[in-house]
Design a protein around this ligand. Structure first.
Ligand code: LLP
Length: 403
């Protein structure tokens, strides 16, 4: 499996900035964005980068510079987006389970909002009536996504207002004259099958007669990218074709010029990122050879949390004979990154690169075991630059109240 940064570039970053370090490749983000834009060129489409995947302000500014909008999952992400320079009309806040005060703040900031509960919809209607166009998140009762933990549209999911409660939504909208501009769904992450998006659309199409002011259909994020060698990503060109056909075929949608919105996270930033670590201990136990690195589930939780596969390469010994290793971290509980993985021979001090580390990597990192969070580096126009310093002791003590 090859990334878009070379071993030499990665090794140079490890040498200059130390390890563990997250390294991102700006132009890979652009490449992914341009694939989306060109596939959907025939439709009136806008993409909002789901920044929960990676919020470093320098990455947000880069995403803005290539013309992409931004999707936020908390009011703080909205504030980061504003700080990065996004104009309010380029910001979408897709909330869930939040206090109404966050919606009030989002309205004050002038950003697009998707509401995901009847409770907040009612409060919204009472306060703003028809004055602020808004979106609602519908739970379409579709099972989708790579695993249950990242499936969000099924019939026991907490996300969105169940489509079966349409009558309640309608009553609330009518009672307060709410201007429903957007219908939103997001059914999961790692969705390879283009038909799942079409199925979700069909659910929304059935609702069209009830929302005459509707302007936007927002299909959320969830496009799959390859994690394992040989895997393929969601076929975006096929998806665009299927969506276009679905619009044309549906009696309620044909002829109406809806805007189409997407909120890709992984698709834009997963493959741009690498976590570089150094092998600290080799332990041959007879049956298993463990290679421990100076990182752990505190820095990349996806393998332990979702059994996610992350491709690993020994970039400092790429020509070494292949042997089988179990790669772990240095955390005081099981933090297996990869079990029984064939890798080029590992020596203590070698640099192991974890691929697909851009999305939900640093973003889900913690200071567990009082370890420092890694530094972050952005490669742009062939040059690496530090975009977040590694933690130091002062960061661990920063918010503590000491007598
Ligand atoms: N829109 C909404 C409303 C979402 O909840 C999400 C992700 C996205 C868009 C972007 O989904 P993506 O394109 O990245 O699949 N931490 C998990 C993924 C959780 C996704 C949460 N919501 C992981 O590492 O696999």
């Amino acid at each position: 499996m090859t990334g878009s940064l070379s071993y030499e570039q990665l090794l140079a970053a490890a040498k200059e900035f130390g390890t563990p370090v997250y390294v991102y490749h700006a132009e890979k983000i652009k490449e992914q964005y341009e694939k989306l834009v060109s596939a959907f060129a025939a439709l009136d489409t806008q993409f909002f980068y789901a920044c929960k995947a990676l919020t470093n302000i320098n990455v947000l500014r880069y995403v803005k510079s290539i013309g992409c909008n931004i999707d936020c999952s908390s009011i703080n992400e909205v504030k980061l987006a504003l700080h990065a320079g996004f104009e309010p009309q380029k910001i979408l806040y897709t909330s869930n389970g939040i206090a109404f005060s966050e919606i009030e703040e989002a309205v004050a900031a002038g950003v697009h909002i998707n509401i995901d509960s009847l409770s907040n919809l009612e409060k919204f209607g009472k306060k703003y009536g028809s004055t602020y166009p808004v979106g609602i998140r519908i739970r379409p009762n579709i099972m989708a996504g790579g695993n249950l933990k990242i499936s969000t549209g099924h019939d026991t999911s907490k996300f969105g207002i169940p489509v079966s409660q349409l009558h309640l939504i309608k009553d609330m909208v009518a009672a307060n004259g709410i201007f429903i501009r957007t219908l939103h769904i997001h059914t999961g992450s790692d969705i390879k099958d283009a038909d799942v998006f079409v199925q979700g659309m069909e659910v929304l199409f059935e609702l069209l007669p009830h929302f005459p002011e509707l302007e936007v259909i927002d299909l959320g994020g969830g496009f799959k990218v390859p994690y394992q060698p040989g895997e393929t990503e969601t076929d975006i060109v096929l998806l665009a074709q299927k969506i276009s056909d679905a619009f044309a075929a549906h009696p309620q949608a044909a002829g109406q010029r809806f805007k189409l919105w997407f909120e890709p996270g992984k698709y834009l930033v997963s493959q741009c990122g690498y976590l570089l670590t150094e092998v600290t201990v080799l332990k041959d136990t007879g049956a298993i050879t463990f290679a421990a690195v100076n990182s752990g589930l505190n820095h990349l939780i996806r393998p332990m949390m979702y059994d996610a596969y992350h491709h690993i390469e020994n970039i400092s010994n790429p020509g070494g004979p292949e042997k089988v290793y179990t790669v772990t971290g240095n955390i005081c509980e099981t933090d297996t990154f990869a079990a029984d993985r064939p890798l080029n021979e590992i020596r203590e001090g070698d640099i192991l690169a974890f691929y697909n580390a851009g999305a939900y990597g640093f973003e889900m990192a913690s200071n567990y075991n009082s370890r420092f969070k890694p530094a972050e580096v952005l490669y742009q126009e062939g040059k690496p630059r530090l975009i977040r310093r590694r933690d130091e002791m002062a960061d661990l003590l920063r918010n503590l109240v000491e007598e």
